[in-house]
Design a binder for this molecule. Structure first.
Ligand SMILES: C[S@@+](CC[C@H](N)C(=O)[O-])C[C@H]1O[C@@H](n2cnc3c(N)ncnc32)[C@H](O)[C@@H]1O
Length: 286
C-alpha cells in the first residue's frame, strides 16, 4: 500500500459512481442521494478538482469506461450494483435491530455520512488508512459533521479492531452491528483476512452481520478476475494497492465456519458474481 497519498482505488470507486450516475442504468440502480454526496465528498476532500468533476460527469468519461470494458467486463456497472447491495444490507440490518454500523476501508464512501442523519439513533463508524481517513474527515467537517458518525484513522492489521474501538469509547461490543468490508478484503494478506473476521466476532453483539465483497479464486486456487487477470494484478501492483486475497466461492462457507461466522445466502438476495466480485453476508447467529 502506498503511503502519503489518499487511496487511488477509493477515489476511483467514488468517481466511477459519479460517472455511472450520468447513465440511465446508474439512475435506475443507485441509492437516492449517493451520486450527489459522492461528488461533494470528492470535491471537499480535495482529491478531485472542479474541472475533474466536470470531466468525470462528461459523456466522454462514460465512453472511456465502455472502451476499457474488455479489461474487467461489466465492472463499471458492478461498482454501482455493489454500492446498492451494501446500502440495502445496511438498511435491512437496521430494520432488524442493528444499532451500530462499521465501515472498514471506507475510502470516500458516503453511506455513513448520508444515513447518519436518517438514522439518528444508529451510530456509524468508519476506519481507513490515516491519509485517506484524514482527507475524508476534512471533507466531512466542511460539508457538515454528524454527531453519530465517527471517522477513525487507522491501518487495519497494525492494531487489532477491539483495541482500536476500545480507545473509541462510543463503540459497544454487545450491540447488534453491521460491519461492511466493501472492496477491501482483496487488499489484505490471507492471514489478515482471517484475523479481521476473528476480530469482527470479538467486537459485535449477537445477531450481527458482516457484509463483504471478494474476488473469487479459480480451481487452481489463484485469483481469477477474468481473461486479463495477469494484467490487472500488475496494474494494481503498480498503483501501489496490490490484490492479495481471493477464495473459491464454494469454499467461502467452510472458511467462515472455521472462524466463527456463518454464510447467510438467505440475506444476500441471490446476488452471485458481479463482474470481478462476489457480494456476501455472514452472521454470527448460532
Ligand atoms: C477499493 S477502496 C474501497 C473504498 C470503499 N469501501 C468503497 O467501496 O467505496 C479500498 C479502501 O480500503 C482501504 N484499505 C486498504 N487496506 C487497508 C488497511 N490495511 N487499513 C485500512 N484501510 C485499508 C484503502 O485505503 C481504500 O480506501
Amino acid at each position: 500500500m502506498r503511503t502519503g497519498k489518499p487511496s487511488k482505488t477509493a477515489i476511483k470507486v467514488s468517481s466511477s459512481i459519479v460517472t455511472l450516475g450520468t447513465t440511465s442504468y446508474g439512475q435506475q440502480i443507485l441509492p437516492d442521494g449517493l451520486v450527489d454526496a459522492s461528488e461533494k465528498i470528492l470535491l471537499a476532500s480535495g482529491v478531485v478538482s472542479e474541472k475533474g468533476v466536470r470531466w468525470i460527469k462528461s459523456p466522454r468519461m462514460v465512453s472511456v469506461y465502455r472502451a476499457f470494458d474488455w479489461l474487467l467486463p461489466g465492472q463499471f456497472e458492478a461498482l454501482g450494483e455493489r454500492k446498492a447491495f451494501f446500502e440495502r444490507q445496511v438498511r435491512a440490518g437496521i430494520a432488524a435491530g442493528a444499532t451500530q454500523i462499521l465501515v472498514l476501508g471506507a475510502g470516500f464512501d458516503t453511506l455513513g455520512w448520508r444515513l447518519a442523519t436518517e438514522f439518528p439513533k444508529v451510530k456509524f463508524f468508519e476506519i481507513d488508512h490515516p491519509v485517506t481517513a484524514n482527507v475524508k474527515a476534512k471533507a466531512v467537517s466542511k460539508l457538515g459533521r454528524r454527531g453519530n458518525l465517527y471517522l477513525i484513522a487507522e491501518e487495519l492489521g497494525k492494531r487489532k479492531l477491539p483495541d482500536v474501538l476500545a480507545t473509541h469509547g462510543s463503540w459497544n461490543r454487545e450491540s447488534r452491528s453491521v460491519i461492511l468490508a466493501e472492496g477491501l478484503l482483496m487488499y489484505l494478506p490471507a492471514q489478515a483476512v482471517r484475523e479481521l473476521f476473528g476480530q469482527c466476532l470479538a467486537i459485535a453483539g449477537a445477531e450481527s452481520r458482516v457484509v463483504f465483497s471478494y474476488i473469487p479464486a479459480g480451481p487452481d486456487g489463484r485469483l481469477d478476475a477474468g481473461r486479463w487477470t495477469g494484467l490487472m494484478l500488475w496494474l494494481q501492483k503498480v498503483a501501489g494497492e496490490p490484490w492479495l486475497w481471493s477464495i473459491e466461492p464454494q469454499n467461502i462457507r467452510s472458511f467462515l465456519e472455521g472462524i466463527g461466522w456463518k454464510i447467510a445466502p438467505e440475506l444476500e438476495g441471490g446476488t452471485g458474481r458481479h463482474s470481478t466480485e462476489y457480494f456476501a453476508v455472514a452472521t454470527n447467529q448460532a
